[in-house]
Design a protein around this ligand. Structure first.
Ligand code: PEP
Ligand code: MG
Length: 893
């Protein structure tokens, strides 16, 4: 069978996105709709995959390209390589999922020493023709032959200096000709090859290079951050060139059909007069707001506005459009669904529902779960006193403080060692992607709201201030002068991406509020979702915050966190170090009222909702001083040998003995969780008593209390059996006749594989299962999280041995099987058994999708993640439906 490697624009449509990439599919769709699109065709993603499989362009591809090019020649009345009327084309990458700026593009292909003269004659503008040619040689040298851009930039800089030109505009055709020869020489010297004069060679090499750019470093990083599959491949679009740099009746620009930062329903964009292609997005010159196009070119503006509305109506979503005006004629070069901030995503989705363009269900699928994270990030406290250094463009909202760094590598390095950094650049290029990922925020001195930095930061939900012209950035000396103040590498600055302010030092932040749009969206989500969303909260404040965010209860209260305050820790230590049972009891009686007070606070905050309290989990040594430090101190005292120190030395020796006796080789697998509770029942006894006392006090106040006591680290049914007996006994003692008013549940965490495997037996003693997927992942993989993440895990993920970090995204294939098995087994014994998850994964979208399809009843996550979990649970229902029931039936049978 003959595979067809290319599709002409007039033969494709928007539904062919997988084959044509987003750009190709939309160019075809616009062509079909009769919009002014320069003619062209798309080389399919199939061809890219074949290129990678065979390590060469697939057979027959270039023949198809030549044939299709003839069609473009017929439409334009020009010929590729023709010495009189040459056709010039662009070769642009275009993947299925938008990856702005990550892959390569070459413009002006078809120019050589001969055709450039024809272009000069035809346009009557030799300066323009040679400028186009030098851009081609530069892009070609860079993209095809891998000569770094800096070599070309340096030559241009030197030329300008030598002729005393302040800007590119002052260079003449002769200057460009000189530069072209220098560029060619640099290619010959560094790449040991020559710039091809044969236009067919140019085309073939360009297509190969764009395919190769699918695998450049920045594209790979972008894919892994955005979880875009590596095997997808990119399409390549070959299209007749139109020129925005032929004179003052020309220009190029970017237009969003709504404001991508706020979501307001107004056209938003920028344009540059007399400029080509990438000038706007590259941020090299700061462009003018789109409104000014109305004065400059009223007819073009009217047509553009009409087309923008037409495209938005057609795609039923906000569009990001690229256009070029050549001698007063408008051309559409691209349309795609525009990247937007969280705030804009919510507003646009809600407005489109109000405008009857989409349904609430569609609106729920339009908002990215990760965006809610950004929205709920704290913002600058309006009461704070600020030292504002300068103000740039508010390109992506949110606020962030960090140390100023001036290159992407440093940003990555410092962030890895735990510093918060702000990446400060004159402008960012796609090569900076790893720095943008590592930074808390991005500041650029050049570039507009549609510059690379702005688009990428918005997509990632990072705050960004760009085009800050009061900042002079000197990357070489690692300093910037911002509003007259020198900021050196490491100095702390704060960005306010909502107003564009750049502020000296750290600034206090304030919690974000739930906006009406967010409340509306979450209300829609609540109508749809099947999973309940509850929160991990260890104190009354977190519980209250979680409830404000819509949590329907507490799924995990880690009681050990209540032991760590400076007032309590000494009591906890005294309890652990007690030599006799009586001594221990004395200390436990001191702890009891403290724990009780905390529980009361949480019960009040969660009035009417279940509160799951986990009994003590970590090994006891975690509450004691560090052994190495103690030994060091002891050694110092011994060396001093003063009599006065003798008593202290002996006390220290006693402490060291005790800490040693509790020391374990593998504490995560040692005496912790229920193992501790069984060997030292007094501690659990005290905790259970505190829970029921608190429950009773609250109940008498009129609070509806629904405690659920959870036993950690159970691996054998006998562990839960014994501890359930203890819980029931203490409950009876504390509640007495009030027991009916406090309906409580007893359940277990499932975090040891054996517990999952023997779920049927364990379920006999449990009212609920809560999957502790942090430990369950550690124990299923057989690696400790702390060691794995610091050592081999990032290597595994980078090298695709694992699809993702399993501590962040639940490993459905392995850990997931244990969960499904345990749910099926537990429910077979107890159909009403409540099941949920309380590991970190409870706040991760993909993991929430897994929980939905595994038929769990709830997910529990940190308070700030509750809104995103509500949205993710609704998206899971809308995309996966009720798949869970069938799946569970299969496992049971
Ligand atoms: C878990 O193991 O998933 C869990 C929630 O417990 P912790 O993280 O406290 O060990
Ligand atoms: Mg655990």
């Amino acid at each position: 069978m003959n595979t067809q490697w290319i599709v002409r624009f007039h033969d494709g449509n928007a539904a062919m996105r997988q084959l044509l990439g987003g750009k190709g599919a939309n160019l075809a769709e616009m062509t079909k709709a009769g919009l002014p699109v320069p003619p062209g065709f798309t080389i399919t993603t199939d061809a890219c995959r074949a290129f990678y499989a065979g390590r060469t362009l697939p057979g027959g591809l270039m023949k198809e390209v030549t044939d299709a090019l003839e069609g473009v020649e017929a439409q334009t009345g020009r010929r590729f390589g023709d010495p009189q009327r040459p056709l010039l084309v662009s070769v642009r990458s275009g993947s299925v999922d938008s990856m702005p700026g990550m892959m390569d593009t070459i413009l002006n292909l078809g120019l050589n020493d001969e055709t450039v003269r024809a272009l000069a004659d035809e346009t009557g503008n030799a300066r323009f023709a040679y400028d186009c040619y030098r851009r081609l040689v530069q892009m070609f040298g860079n993209v095809v032959f891998g000569v770094e851009g800096v070599h070309f930039e340096t030559l241009l800089h030197q030329l300008k200096q030598s002729v005393g030109a302040a800007s590119d505009q002052q260079l003449t055709a002769e200057h460009w000709q000189t530069l072209i020869e220098q560029y060619k020489a640099v290619i010959t010297r560094l790449a040991r090859t020559t710039f091809p004069q044969n236009v067919q060679d140019q085309l073939r090499l360009a297509v190969e290079a764009v395919f190769r750019s699918w695998n450049n470093q920045r594209a790979r990083i972008y894919r892994s951050v955005n979880r875009i599959p590596d095997e997808q491949g990119t399409a390549v679009n070959i299209q007749a060139m139109v020129f925005g740099n032929l004179g003052d009746d020309c220009g190029t620009g970017v237009l969003f059909t709504r404001n991508p930062s706020t979501g307001d329903n107004v056209l938003f964009g920028e344009f540059l007069e007399n400029a080509q292609g990438e000038d706007v997005v590259a941020g090299v010159r700061t462009p003018r707001p789109i409104d000014e196009l109305e004065n400059a070119m009223p007819e073009v503006f009217a047509q553009l506005t009409r087309t923008a509305r037409q495209l938005e109506a057609h795609y039923r979503d906000m569009q990001d459009i690229e256009f070029t005006v050549e001698r007063g004629k408008l051309y559409m070069l691209q349309t795609r669904v525009g990247k937007r901030t969280a705030q804009a995503a919510l507003k646009i989705a809600a407005d489109l529902v109000a405008e009857d363009t989409i349904t609430p269900d569609e609106a729920l699928l339009r908002v990215e779960v990760g965006h809610l994270d950004q929205l709920l990030h704290p913002a600058i406290d309006p009461e704070a006193k600020l030292e504002v250094l300068a103000t740039g463009l508010p390109a992506s909202p949110g606020a962030a403080s960090g140390a100023a760094v001036f290159d992407a590598d440093t940003a990555e390095l410092w962030a890895k060692r735990g510093d918060r950094v702000i990446l400060v650049r004159a402008e960012t290029t796609p090569e900076d992607i790893h720095g943008v990922i590592a930074a808390e925020g991005v500041l650029t001195s050049r570039g507009g709201m549609t510059s690379h930095a702005a688009v990428v930061a918005r997509g990632m939900g990072k705050c960004c201030v760009c085009g800050c012209e009061d900042a002079r950035v000197d990357e070489a000396s690692r300093t910037a002068v911002i509003g007259g103040r020198v900021v050196a590498e490491g100095d702390i600055i704060t960005l306010d991406g909502s107003t564009g302010r750049v502020i000296a030092g750290h600034v206090p932040l304030k919690d974000a509020d739930m906006t009406p749009e967010l409340m509306q969206m979450l209300a829609w989500a609540d109508d749809v979702r099947r999973l309940r969303v509850i929160a991990n909260a260890d104190n009354p404040e977190d519980a209250a915050k979680a409830r404000e965010f819509g949590a329907e209860g507490v799924g995990l209260c880690r009681t050990e966190h209540m032991f760590l305050s400076p007032q309590r820790l000494p009591v906890v230590q005294a309890m652990i170090l007690a030599e006799t049972a009586e001594d221990r009891l004395v200390q436990l009686r001191k702890l009891l009222p403290m724990q009780q007070a905390d529980f009361e606070g949480i019960f009040r905050a969660m009035d009417g909702l279940p509160v799951t309290i986990r009994l003590l989990d970590p090994p006891l040594h975690e509450f004691l001083p560090n052994l190495e430090e103690l030994v060091g101190r002891h050694l110092r005292l011994t060396l001093q040998q003063g009599d006065a120190d003798a008593a202290e030395r002996d006390a220290l020796a006693g402490l060291i003995r005790k800490v040693r006796s509790l020391h374990e080789a593998n504490p995560m697998l040692g005496q912790r969780g229920c193992r501790l509770g069984i060997v030292f029942p007094d501690i659990y006894d005290m905790q259970i008593e505190a829970i029921f006392r608190a429950a009773r006090v609250c109940m008498l106040e009129g609070v509806r209390v629904l405690p659920e006591i959870m036993v950690p680290l159970v691996g054998h049914e006998n562990e839960l059996r014994i501890l359930r007996e203890l819980i029931d006994r203490v409950a009876g003692q504390v509640l007495g006749a009030d027991a009916r008013e406090v309906p409580y549940k007893v359940g277990t965490m499932i975090e040891v594989p054996r517990a999952a495997l023997t779920a049927r037996k364990i379920a006999k003693h449990a009212d609920f299962f809560s999957f502790g997927t942090n430990d369950l992942t550690q124990m299923t993989f057989g690696c400790s999280r702390d060691d794995a993440e610091g050592k081999f895990l990032s290597h595994y993920v980078d090298n695709k041995l694992l699809p993702a970090n399993p501590f962040q995204v639940l490993d459905g294939e392995g850990v997931g099987q244990l969960i499904e098995w345990a749910v099926a087994g537990g429910r077979a014994v107890k159909p009403q058994l409540k099941t949920g998850i309380c590991g970190e994964h409870g706040g991760d979208k993909e993991s929430i999708f897994f929980c939905h399809s595994a038929g769990l009843d709830y997910v529990s996550c940190s308070p700030y993640r509750v809104p995103l979990a509500r949205l993710a649970a609704a998206q899971a229902q809308l995309t996966l439906g009720d798949a869970a029931d069938e799946r569970q039936e299969r496992i049971v049978s």
